[in-house]
Write a new protein. Structure first.
Length: 582
């Protein structure tokens, strides 16, 4: 991977691409469109599945752990392939590796759309993530080769916009595609949409993208890549599926094994760094750079926040408050719009504030998340999505001020020839942060749904008894029905798969069918329980649980804000050309 222009003047690293001519490649804007379409699709597929999770779970009969994996394994496979993908491009040619990645991504998207079950979908998402990891690191290198020094800032700005917009528009586009239900494809359309884009990009890429490589690139560090991948999977897999399997012994073994494997990766890379004729995935000298080590921690912590927020956000609106995918996606549009505004204005803010721009971004995110908590607490089960929009807009503006400049600011503090390796590792840990955040937020959210279930059902009981009395049900039967309702709701919210019907709920249906009550009264009882009490309890439970999970995001963004203070101070004039992050 290449050194990224952060405004810090340094000698070109070994193996840098040849400098482009003053006018650049004649087909440069077509090349940019092709490469940015890949970036947009990759970022889109990080978040587009979130709005489809309820539809996907219902259609495939998947467990919650399995639909978490649909989101998390993509980011994890993406992360594990990024640094290796960059090195493969250096050795074998960026165009070749980019096109192989694009072809594989397109095929994987078709497989995802055609998935007959959750296992097949998860496997296809792993393939999709791996192919994203091949494509992503080639894009900045291709931009460096293709554009002149004068035009490169504009190309990098468009790159940053593609990263940000692809990430935040995923839920909106996903909700729209599901709502359209083109040819009855339902959620599958969110994957099929990649096919025409991928095929067009492949054809144009083969014709227009110039081949380039790093002449001094040495052989791939396969052992390092395997150790890193094993360490990351050992961390993420038990976090995602451990709860559903009651934390079996193997999940605990993997959690213990993970830090040992990651430590072994560092030891092995350190050994390679000292050898003249070897090329480590990550030169360990980078860890002596405070900007790099602090930047890695910031990236993991920050990126554990936003995607995990939207996963629980969409689950709460769709399952708890019965929103359609398109309606839930539209609620998030204010966040998407303001993140675009923040990204567009971030360069100007960086010129005034330097490193403090990241603190400003995380501060606004904290205010926005606090606003979400306050709105949820105030509205309770009467929440309407539009009430969250002002807080989401504040958070979106902060996200734009952080996401767009974060990589450039961190790299501006690294005065070495290893900026390319540093940027690749930062992108890797960002994806790892996404996967960890989704796993941890999922554990918290579903645990809270069980914990809060009794209070939520109790809040619906007074109205239920009133409706039963109005239907002519005797007081003794009111108590019996109310008790059965609270037991059923407790059991449903405490099971591992919320789509299943617990025995206590099935028993209510059976007893009601066998009841000697008149048919008209039975219908009123059914309406009181299923039409009013159950939706009210569900809204109260999901609203309370979502409100409490947002404290996870508060912690992520608060810690990120504090860590930003530990970055080396970068003067605004030192950061003149900051490419997008994420």
């Amino acid at each position: 991977m290449e050194s990224i222009d952060t405004g810090v003047q340094a000698a070109a690293p070994p193996g840098a691409p040849p400098a482009p001519s003053a006018t650049g490649n004649p087909a440069r804007w077509v090349i940019l469109a092709v490469t940015l379409s890949a970036i947009f699709m990759q970022m889109l597929d990080t978040t587009i599945t979130m709005v489809a999770l309820p539809s996907l779970q219902s259609d495939l009969g998947a467990t919650f752990a399995e639909i978490q994996l649909v989101v998390a394994v993509y980011s994890l496979a993406f992360a594990c392939t990024l640094v290796t993908g960059g090195r493969l491009g250096d050795i074998h040619g960026r165009k070749k590796v980019f096109l192989i990645g694009m072809l594989g991504f397109t095929i994987a998207s078709a497989l995802c759309g055609a998935a007959p079950d959750s296992t097949f979908l998860i496997a296809s998402r792993i393939l999709q993530g791996m192919c994203s990891g091949l494509m992503f690191p080639q894009v900045l290198s291709i931009i460096q080769v293709t554009f002149s020094t004068q035009e490169r800032p504009k190309a990098l700005a468009m790159y940053g916009a593609s990263v940000g917009l692809g990430t935040v528009l995923g839920p909106v586009l996903g909700g729209w595609l599901i709502d359209l239900d083109i040819f009855g494809t339902d959620w599958r359309a969110i994957f099929y949409v990649n096919l025409p884009i991928g095929l067009i990009a492949l054809c144009l890429g083969m014709a227009k993208i110039p081949e380039s490589s790093a002449p001094g690139a040495q052989r791939l560090d396969v052992t390092g890549a395997v150790i890193l991948t094993a360490g990351l999977f050992s961390l993420i897999l038990p976090l995602v599926i451990g709860r559903e399997h009651d934390w079996p012994g193997w999940s605990l073994v993997l959690l213990v094994l993970s830090p040992l494997l990651l430590a072994e990766f560092f030891v092995y890379e350190n050994k390679l760094t000292k050898l003249v004729d070897r090329s480590p995935l990550v030169p360990t000298g980078l860890f002596r750079e405070r900007s790099f080590t602090v930047g890695l921690i910031i990236s993991v912590v920050f990126f554990a926040g936003i995607p995990s927020f939207f996963m629980t956000f969409f689950m709460s609106l769709q399952i708890g408050f019965n929103y359609t995918p398109i309606s839930a996606g539209l609620v998030s549009l204010g966040f998407a719009a303001l993140i675009a505004v923040g990204s567009a204005r971030s360069a100007a803010v960086v010129k005034k504030l330097g490193t403090k721009t990241l603190a400003l971004g995380t501060g606004l995110l904290l205010i926005g998340m606090a606003g979400v908590i306050g709105t949820l607490h105030w509205a309770g089960s009467d929440l309407h999505g539009y009430q969250l929009i002002p807080s989401l807009m504040v958070a979106g503006l902060g996200g734009g001020f952080f996401l767009a400049p974060c990589t450039g600011i961190i790299l501006a503090g690294i005065r070495s020839s290893n900026a390319g390796s540093a940027s690749g590792m930062l992108a890797t840990v960002q994806q790892v942060g996404i996967a960890i955040g989704i796993a941890v937020a999922g554990i918290l959210f579903y645990g809270l749904l069980g914990t809060n279930a009794d209070d939520a059902s109790a809040s619906a009981v007074p109205q239920l008894r009133s409706d039963l009395a109005a239907a002519g049900v005797a007081e003794a039967q009111q108590t019996q029905i109310s008790t059965a309702f609270t037991t059923c709701f407790h059991d449903k919210m405490n099971q591992k798969d919320l789509t299943e019907t617990p025995a206590s709920c099935a028993r209510i249906q059976q007893e009601m069918a066998n009841s000697p009550l008149p048919q008209e009264v039975k219908q009123k009882v059914k309406s009181a329980v299923l039409g009013k009490a159950l939706p009210e309890a569900r809204k109260a439970n999901f609203g309370d649980s979502f409100e409490q999970v947002v404290y996870w995001q508060i912690g992520c963004f608060g810690l990120s804000c504090l860590l930003v203070l530990a970055l080396p101070r970068i003067r605004p004039e030192d950061v003149q050309d900051v490419p997008g992050g994420a």
